[in-house]
Design a protein around this ligand. Structure first.
Ligand code: SF4
Ligand code: SF4
Length: 255
């Protein structure tokens, strides 16, 4: 999770393993689920909107804030904490996380942090792991030992990493967004294709998109029915529409 620096220290994973265990009987149970600057990725939003049975638009409206700052040229979406005095996460209950199977990647990773970078030419992201040691967290006093890979498997992070790394290529790209006059429109497209997946589907199917771009019948069917296929296509589209990369083919006109 993205935590305040004064409440946490960031340490390298020394050796091959780390010790940690989080469980319902621990004194600090759910103390970490409050006052978070929890940045959501497109795949986090996909999982959460499905879990809650709402559209991506409704999810964004009800559960998120949008932030623009000097850390990125693209807008970021964060989970809106409750307005109570503790600033609790909207999904925390006395029993724990109410959306546990679909909790965001950052919640799954904790107490690990992952710094990753993926360039077009890389097949896999370059990644580094560190421990985020929050002062209130007693999980480090427990005796369960993990390798990083065991933790990733145990927390179901493989699929998150695949989708998040595809998106990372876009948000960390150094490629130009083109003329100033086009940037606002491009950022709107970025927001829709990244975060508002149901709206992006409407954009594909309710505009002349398929008359202008090469998409075969099987892929079109997948885009209509499969959110993960749609998200992967949205990332291809963003590379084309933001940076002019040849990731989508324009249909040839005429005989
Ligand atoms: S052990 Fe750490 S992660 Fe688990 S509930 Fe306590 S503060 Fe949260
Ligand atoms: S989503 Fe779940 S695990 Fe993450 S902060 Fe909220 S309650 Fe805690």
């Amino acid at each position: 999770m993205d935590v305040q620096a004064e409440e946490a220290s960031f340490l390298p994973v020394t050796g091959d393993t780390f010790k940690f265990r989080c469980h319902k009987g621990i004194a600090c149970f759910t103390h970490c689920c409050a006052k978070l600057n929890l940045v959501l990725t497109p795949y986090d939003i996909l999982r959460l909107k499905k879990r809650l049975g709402v559209s991506s638009e409704d999810f964004l409206e009800k559960f998120t804030d949008t932030k623009v700052d000097s850390n990125s040229r693209f807008p970021r979406v964060t989970l809106k904490m409750n307005g109570d005095k503790n600033g609790t996460c909207p999904f925390v209950t006395p029993e724990g996380c109410s959306i546990y199977e679909d909790r965001p990647g950052a919640c799954r990773f904790y107490p690990l942090g992952r710094a990753a970078m993926k360039l077009d030419r890389d097949v896999r992201a370059k990644e580094k792991f560190f421990l985020v040691r929050e002062t209130h967290c007693r999980g480090f006093e427990e005796n369960r030992e993990w390798t990083v890979q065991e933790w990733i498997s145990n927390e179901g992070l493989e699929e998150y990493n695949v989708l998040n790394d595809l998106w990372l290529e876009i948000v960390t790209s150094k490629k130009s967004l083109g003329p100033e006059a086009q940037i606002s429109r491009k950022l709107q497209m970025f927001f829709m294709a990244s975060y508002n997946l149901d709206k992006f589907r409407e954009f594909l199917f309710k505009s002349p998109f398929f008359e202008r771009f090469e998409v075969d019948a099987d892929q079109k069917e997948a885009l209509a029915a499969d959110d993960v296929a749609l998200m992967k296509f949205a990332f291809q589209w963003l590379k084309f529409s933001l940076f002019g990369q040849e990731t989508i083919q324009i249909k040839k006109l005429g005989p």
